[in-house]
Design a protein around this ligand. Sequence first.
Ligand code: RUQ
Ligand code: CUA
Length: 679
Amino acid sequence: MMAKNKNIFNMNLKSIIGGVAVGIIAVAQISCKPNNKGGVSGSSELAGDAAQKVYVAPGTHDEFYNIVSGGFNGQISIIGLPSGRTLRVIPVFSQSPENGYGFSEETKPMLNTSHGFVPWDDSHHIALSTTNSIHDGRWAFINGNNTPRIARISLKTFRTEEIIELPNSGGNHSSPFITANTEYAVAGTRFSVPPDDKADVPISSFKKNFKGYISFVSIDKNTGRMGIKFQLKTPGVSFDLARAGKGKSADWFFFSTYNTEQANSLLEVNASQKDKDFILAVNWKKAEQYLAQGKGKKEAAKYAHNVYSDKVHSATSTIMTEVMTLDPKECPDMLYFIPCPKSPHGCDVDPTGQYIVGSGKLAAVIPVFSFDKMQKAIAAKTFDGNFDGIPVLKYDAVLHGEVQKPGLGPLHTEFDGKGNAITSFFVSSELVRWNIEKLEVIDRVPTYYSVGHLSIPGGPTAKPWGKYVVAYNKITKDRYLPTGPELAQSAQLYDISGDKMKLLLDFPTTGEPHYAESIPASLIEKNSTKIFKIEENAHPYAAKGEKEAKVVRKGNEVHVYMTAIRSHFTPDNIEGVKMGDVVYFHVTNLEQDWDVPHGFAIRGALNAELLIMPGETQTLKWIPTKVGVTPMYCTDFCSALHQEMQGYVRVSPAGSNVPLTWGTGKNPVAEAEQKVAKK
Ligand code: RUQ
Ligand code: CUA
C-alpha cells in the first residue's frame, strides 16, 4: 500500500497538480483502493512494543479521553486512549432508543428546530472549551451540519445540555471553533444562502443575493449558556473550516473558503477553476467594537434555542425571532482575505499563534502564513485588489513559506508542541510530520486508508499534550472481518514521542469519525457527576419517595408518578386506564448510588425505553392500543432480582367504569373495594 502510494505520489504529482479536479478525484479513487490481500498490511509499520504501549491493564484507566464526532450518526463517542476502548456514546442530534434521549418527554425539546422536530444530524467537529487556549475540561461543542445547529455537552455529566440553531445558514460545516477563552463558538455556513427572510430568489441570482454568513455564538463564562451575539454577512463563498488565533493572534479568526468562483452548479468543476481561493481573517474584537458603536442591524430570523436543566431534569425549547447582523461594508478593517492555493480545507493555527496553515485539497504545497507579516501587510495596505469590497492581501506579503512536495490531498494539520506540524493526506493516505519554522518534511507514515481528520491530544491548543496522533480513516477495506456492504470507518493510533511516528493500534469506530479532540483524563475524571441528588430534584412530576407515588387522571390524561428502586416499581399494578387515554409514566429513580440506573419499558410503546439515572425523573408517553393487561419492566440489570422488577397496567374499553387504582405489594382493586365498603 505504501509503495503504491509513493509511486502515485512521485510519478503523478506534477502532472496531477495544476490539472483538472477530475484528475485528482480519479487518483483519489485509485489510491484509496487497497491492493493487499490479507489483513496484515500494516504489520511492517508496527512498533515492536506496540502491544505493550496500548495495553491498559484490566481495572486501570486510560490516560486520555478521546472525544470523537460520530459523523452521520449525530452522536459523540467517548474513547479511552491509548486502549481504543469505547467508553460511551453520547446522543446529541440523534434520538437514542438506548436511553430515551429524544424520545422522553423531557428530552424531546432538545431536538426542536424552526423546521419542527429534527431527530438526526450530521456531526463533524468537536471543540473542547479552553482558557488561554489551553484545555479546561468543562465542555465539548459539536456542529450539526444539515439543519444548522451547535450543541454543548457537559464534561461532568457527559450529556447534551444545550442546542442552538443557526439561522441564515446551510450546511454548518465550518463549526464549531472556539476563541481562546471560549468567549465564542464560531460557525461559518458551507452553503451560501439568501437571507432567511428574503429567501425566495432565483438560484441563478447567487452572486447578487447569496451570502456567506458567519455566526458568533457567545458562551457564558460560568454556565456555558449560548446565544447568537451576531452574524457577519460576508460575500457568497463556502466556508469549510476555521481556527481562532492564539496569543498575539487571539483577537482574530481564520476561515478557509472555497467556491470563491461563486458557482451554483456542478461545483466539482466550477468551484475548482481558480488557482487560489481564500482564507478569511476576521478581527472579532473589531466586530465587537462595531457592535458596541451600534453598527449592528437586527434582522428577522427564526431559530430554536434548547436548554436542558439538571434541576428539573427537562429541556425547554424557545423559538427566537431576531438576529443581529454586521455588514462588513460598514465595518472597515475587520475582514481581510488571504489568497490560499486550490480549494483549502483545513485552516489551522500553530500553538504560538504565529503561523496559519492552509491545506488546499488540490494543492501541491502547504502554504504557511505568518501573523506578523499579515499585520505588516495590513498596515502597509499591501493589497491585491478586493473581493466584493473586502481587501485581498498579497500572497507573498503574508506567506511564511510553502512546504514542498508534502503529499497529495492535504486536509488537516495538528501540532505536537515541539515545533512540528502533522498534516493528514487523503489522496496519498498518509500522515506527514514537518517542521514549522523550516518548512521541511521530517517523517511520513501510511494510514489505512484515506485519512480525513487527525488528532493530537491538545493539538489545536496552545499547549499540545502530544504523545500520540490518531488518524481517522474513511476507508477500511480488508482491515477487518467483512460485514457485508457496509464497513466500519476506523481510527489508528500512532506514537509520536520519538523521531519516527509509529503505528500502535487500529480500531473501528461508531459512525464516521470526523474531528476529535483528546484531553488528559486528569482534567475530567475528578469532576464526573455520579448521581443527581434526589432532594434537589425539581421535576414537577417527581415522586421523591414511594409515599409520593400516585396516579392522577386529568381528563383523558393519566399521570403515573412512579418510583424505581432495587428491585420494584411503585406502583407496579395499575387499573382503570381506558382506551383513548394518554398515559405519562413519570419515573423517578430513587437510588443514590453511582452506576445504578433503572430502565422502564412497556409493551407496544411507540417511542423507546427510558434509562433513568439515580435521582432523576424521566417521562415516557404511552397511548394504549389494545384492551387488556400490559406488562412493563426494568430494562437495566440493576440487581440480582432485576428480572423481578416488573408490573402490569390494565386497560379497559373506553367508557368502562373500572376505577383508577394502583399499588405495590397489595392488590389495588381489592383495596379500593375495601375502602368503598368502609364508607
Ligand atoms: S471535514 S475530512 Cu467535515 Cu472536518 Cu475534513
Ligand atoms: Cu431496575 Cu433492573
